[in-house]
Structures are given as C-alpha cells and as structure tokens.
Write a protein that binds this ligand. Structure first.
Ligand code: FEC
Length: 309
C-alpha cells in the first residue's frame, strides 16, 4: 500500500441472520447471555422491521464504499484506504485493524458512524481500535466527533424540510422532535459531552431549516436496572398529546442509518403510540450514504490526517 493512510470506519454491527441474534445480544451484554424471554423479544423486533431483516449490514457496507469513493475524489486514488470494524459483530474493530496491519499500513485515522462523542459510545470504539493498533505498531488518530460539520448540518436540514413538506397544510403546526439513543444517566457525573453535542446538532439543524417548534428527546433506553437519560420518546409523545400537538417529525440526530432502533423503535413502536393519542408521526429519511454526509466524514478524516500533531 506504500504510504497509504488507513481509515478504520466503525459502526455498531448487526447479526448475519436470526440464528446469530443470540451471540450478538450476548456480545452487547459483555458476555452475559440474555434470558429466553429477552432473546425472543429482540428476535421478534428484528422479524417485524421492514427493509430486510438486518438492513444495517448492507447500509454500513454502502457507507464504507461511498466514503472510499469520496476520499479518492478529494485526495486522489490510493491516498486513503478504508477498512470496516464493527462493535458487536464480525468484522470486529480488531479484525479491521489486523487487516490494515496485513496491508502494511503504519498510519491510520479512526472514525465512527455516529456524529457525537460519549465516552460510552465513540470512546468505547476508539479504545478498542487504539489498543489493537498499538499491538501492530500502527499510529491511529481518532476523529472524536463531527456533530457540527456544515455538510452534516445541511444534509439533515434538507431532510427536515422535506419531511415537513409531507405534512402539507399542517406543516406550520408540526413539531420537530430530535432524538438520540439514551445512555445510562451516570455519564452525567463524568462530564460527558454527549448530551451537549446532541443539543448543539439539533439546534444547528433547526436554525438552518428555519424551524422554531422543536424539542429533543431520548429513545431506545436499555433495561439494565440502572437509570437512563430521559425523557424517553414515549413519555414525550404522551406529554405532547396532552398539550394538543397534532403532528410530529421525528429527526434522529445520533443515528445515520436505517436500522432496528429507527425501523422498530420509531417507525413501529413510537408511531403506533402516537397514533393512539391522535398524533401523526413521521420520520426524516436517514442519511445512509448521502453525498453530503460522506463529505462530512471524508473532510473530518483528511483534516485530522493532515494535522501535524
Ligand atoms: O440494526 C441493528 O441490528 C442494530 C441497531 C442498534 C444500533 C445501536 C446504537 C447504539 N446503541 C447504544 C448504546 C447501547 C447500550 C446498550 C445497548 C443495547 C442494545 C441492544 C440492541 C441494540 N443496542 Fe445499542 N444499538 C442497536 C441495537 N445499546 C439490539 C440490546 C437489546 C436492547 O436493549 O434493545 C445496553 C447494553 C447493556 O445491556 O449493558 C448502552 C448507543 C448507540 C448509538 C451510537 C452508535 O451507533 O454506536 C449509544 C444502531
């Protein structure tokens, strides 16, 4: 590969098949197998989503290929070579780093397919990447966040405008509800930037799209017995229905792909909950391999690789 810079593109990962759900779930639970009931519940959620059973795998593959093309255009063929590394499924983060090492890569940049930093999300990916990179003598620089990159904000703002258009005459009454994956509330004691960055992304998108009626809510909290950040989207919808809000455009800002947490938690669960309370709920189209999103990733990678420190 000569002097190519490796780009480790990291994403959550999804099972290969319904038979693979148990191993995947066990990995998420740090080696503790789920109960039969928990496994059945998750398997049923995968069964019920549209767009194929595990759309995240194909979407991540598409994002890595599109990022490679964008880097070729911006920096020339061969300057950057992308490798995929997943958090909870093969090819794991460590596999991606080992593939770089096998190609003779000495310098690399790591980036995660989620725009905001938390020590529990991006921090976890980067620790594994850097531990493995140092075993192979690779110097890996981490892109911690890109939550205010102008191309990202513009891409999301276009999707908000397009989503609001779907409401026709009710456009002006529609509330834009930004959302992101909840995390255990203990991150607040660690001064974690996650909440602030999510709010900053939401605010920038609202401003760019000229939206005045907006709120932020959490979604997809886990059942761990510990408190998670709230309010959850279902509680928020309950309150909005009490306040007489007729329509809501859900705008996930921490997720970038069509996957379970969007196709089930928003499109099935939250949509049904809202409908039962007289609220029409729509969701923006996810970014997937959107050209502006790819530009945000590519520019973040190149900017960091060229920095001299
Ligand atoms: O489509 C798919 O197959 C995968 C969808 C998926 C994405 C995703 C993103 C994030 N998660 C984050 C944090 C946690 C924490 C726990 C946790 C648990 C699960 C479970 C499933 C799951 N997550 Fe996830 N997450 C996705 C899927 N996640 C399935 C297990 C069952 C359940 O709770 O529903 C709790 C772990 C524990 O038990 O200790 C914490 C965060 C993100 C967004 C950032 C990122 O993409 O990395 C944060 C996509």
């Amino acid at each position: 590969q000569g002097k190519a810079i490796g780009v480790l593109v990291m994403s959550y990962g999804t099972p290969e098949s319904l038979e693979g759900v148990e191993a995947y779930y066990t990995h998420i639970r740090r080696g503790n197998p789920p109960s039969a009931e928990q496994l059945e519940d998750l398997t049923n959620r995968y069964r019920s989503i549209v767009g194929g059973v595990f759309p995240l795998r194909e979407n991540t593959n598409g994002q890595v290929a599109a990022l490679q093309r964008t880097l070729n255009e911006l920096a020339g063929e061969g300057a950057y070579v992308c490798y995929q590394g997943l958090k909870h499924a093969a090819p794991y983060i460590e596999d991606g780093v080992a593939a770089m090492a096998a190609d003779g890569i000495k310098e690399a940049v790591g980036i995660v397919l989620t725009p905001q930093y938390s020590v529990m999300s991006v921090g976890g990916y980067m620790k594994r990447a850097q531990d493995e990179a140092s075993k192979h003598g690779i110097a890996l620089k981490p892109v911690h966040e890109y939550h205010l990159h102008p191309e990202l904000i513009d891409a999301l703002s276009k999707r908000v405008s397009e989503g609001l258009d779907r409401f026709g005459e009710r456009r002006a009454d529609t509330l834009v509800l930004f959302s992101a994956h909840s995390l255990p509330a203990k991150i607040l004691e660690m001064n974690d930037p996650y909440s602030d960055q999510l709010l900053a992304t939401s605010e920038a998108v609202a401003q760019s799209a000229g939206v005045e009626k907006w709120q932020f809510t959490w979604q997809s909290a886990g059942q761990t017995g510990q408190p998670w950040l709230g309010p959850d989207i279902l509680e928020t919808l309950e309150r909005l229905s009490d306040e007489g809000v007729p329509s809501v455009l859900v705008t996930p800002v921490g997720f970038v792909s069509d996957h379970l947490e969007v196709l089930y938690d928003i499109d099935i669960e939250a949509k049904k909950f809202a409908a039962e309370r007289g609220i029409r709920l729509e969701r923006i189209r996810m970014l997937n391999d959107d050209a502006q999103y790819m530009a945000a990733l590519a520019e973040s990678v190149i900017g960091l690789a060229r920095r001299g420190d």
